[in-house]
Design a protein around this ligand. Structure first.
Ligand code: SF4
Length: 198
């Protein structure tokens, strides 16, 4: 892969990719979508059935809950970018294997290079392990900020986990408030709000 792809090249490579076994079972790859100049990226695990059918990230029940989490800090999909560690649906929505995540990570890195976010929120343990700490325990490490190469990163619960266990909602909302504070501290929150009102 070239050092730096354009968006068109990236989407074309993802569309034709068969670098891992997930490429053979997908209906549509799901590269990601949102504001390509956003200071904030959300990274989930992988596409589910509805995402596979539509080619769009987080459009099922978990996606609707993610929308509510984002709305809780006054924002929407208009001002953030949303994608996943793997771009193709794992069969039966299983957790992506390590080698699948590793094969797909260069695409995510290209997205980081193109977007240059200031903050990345990992949704769930798979993204947290891929981007923050391979040994991540989400219940213990959620809400902790780490600074990597000038990007603030934090993991919180995946919205699917909140759908399964309502007790996780309160800590997830606490993490979202911490996210808003971080965006304010970095001086980017007001600009994002302004985009919301365009
Ligand atoms: Fe390629 Fe990623 Fe899809 Fe695997 S999951 S086939 S690496 S785009």
């Amino acid at each position: 892969m070239k050092m730096q792809l354009t968006w068109e090249e990236l989407h074309s490579e993802v569309q034709n990719c068969h670098r891992c076994r997930l490429g053979s079972g997908r209906m549509n790859p799901v590269p990601g979508e949102g504001d390509r100049q956003s200071p904030l990226m959300f990274v989930g695990e992988g596409p589910g059935q509805q995402e596979d059918e539509t080619g769009r990230p987080f459009v099922g029940a978990a996606g609707q809950l993610l929308d509510k989490m984002i709305a809780a800090i006054g924002l929407s999909r208009k001002s953030v970018y949303i994608c996943n560690v793997v771009k193709c649906r794992p069969p039966q929505n299983r957790i992506p294997e390590m080698d699948e995540a590793a094969a797909c990570l260069p695409f995510l890195r290209q997205q980081f290079l193109l977007i240059r976010p200031k903050v990345i929120v990992c949704l769930g343990a798979t993204a947290g392990k891929a981007l923050i700490d391979p040994e991540m325990r989400i219940t213990r490490q959620r809400g902790e900020w780490v600074l990597r190469k000038g990007i603030w990163m934090m993991a919180t619960y995946h919205p699917s986990a909140l759908l399964r266990d309502a007790d996780k909602k309160r800590p997830a909302w606490t993490d979202m408030q911490a996210l808003r504070q971080k965006l304010q501290d970095l001086g980017v929150y007001e600009k994002m709000l302004a985009k919301e009102n365009l």
